[in-house]
Design a protein around this ligand. Sequence first.
Ligand SMILES: NC(=O)c1ccc[n+]([C@@H]2O[C@H](COP(=O)([O-])OP(=O)(O)OC[C@H]3O[C@@H](n4cnc5c(N)ncnc54)[C@H](OP(=O)(O)O)[C@@H]3O)[C@@H](O)[C@H]2O)c1
Length: 323
Amino acid sequence: MNMHNLSQRPVGVLGATGYTGLEVLRVLREHDGVRVRFATSEGRAGEEACLPGVTLVSADEAPLGEVDLVFLCLPHGEAAGWARRALASGVRVVDLTADHRPGSGREDGAVYGMADLEGPDVREARLVANPGCYATGVELALHPLLKGGLLDEGRTVVVSAASGVTGAGRTPKRDLLFAEVAGDFRAYATGNGHRHLLEMRAGLPGLDLLFQPHLLPVSRGILETIYAPVREDVDATAVRAAWREAYGGADTIRVMDGVPALRDVVGTDLLALGAVDNAGLGTPVVTVVAALDNLGKGAAGQAVQNMNLMLGFEPARGLRWRV
Ligand SMILES: NC(=O)c1ccc[n+]([C@@H]2O[C@H](COP(=O)([O-])OP(=O)(O)OC[C@H]3O[C@@H](n4cnc5c(N)ncnc54)[C@H](OP(=O)(O)O)[C@@H]3O)[C@@H](O)[C@H]2O)c1
């Protein structure tokens, strides 16, 4: 429980009534190192936020200068202006939108916050671009394999991914009505054009990536099946060893002996990874399965992990790793 005391660092949440903003509040409620000084909504200002004692205010009324750090949980395009205002007030920023990610054209001055790959950059950053939900699973799964030379880089890495419906945000859309989604399963952003490819390519330089997302009729969770072309001498055991070497000490990534399912991660801030070999192929491919909660590790979990690094807390403080 977030008991208020003076040693807690004040933080704010812009866009606190959307799916990611609500999830940031849920994580912060259990984080004993910070207290939420303000939470914003344009449509519901004056109502109580989902935190006791916090009343929603419009973003224009938020006392930006009274916090150490602000989370931007806003629609795309709305975050850049608020980031400028916060930085001008001396406030550090974790931006959950795509506004400052690689490929946005506004990445200068922002640090891409893939927290489990962090160097000293995130700790010192004024502005962190929190990675996209799909990109988090793909980059964390493949980065150690690319760095360790396990991939056959001449071949294409194919990613077939599926996300629950909260991935599309809380604004009503006809395509996302219950009657449209329930009992259905569909591909979208076909043709290798999903916007997360920009950051994936920047995070995995040189890899030829084919990324196909699908809409899964569940409320939350992402499962990504990655067909990783590997060198002749590489198998699933070597892939798991590379992950364990890269992430062995992290509380936020679980390397499994089998393959993960959504039930292993929904409601947590964990990324779960599994790898299996494939029989009967002329050239070896290891199937990698990455599972994460789009609102947890894919958004609020990683955002709070970045905040922890920026404010000098232990990286996984306050995060949830059990359902
Ligand atoms: N959903 C995911 O799984 C996910 C994962 C990673 C990253 N993201 C990114 O995170 C961002 C937020 O996503 P979301 O799913 O939480 O969106 P959302 O559910 O649509 O929530 C948007 C929030 O922004 C507020 N808002 C809307 N227009 C605003 C404006 N003009 N000025 C200030 N506040 C405004 C809304 O408040 P009111 O409606 O109450 O006024 C609401 O609190 C997006 O950029 C998204 O791409 C989403």
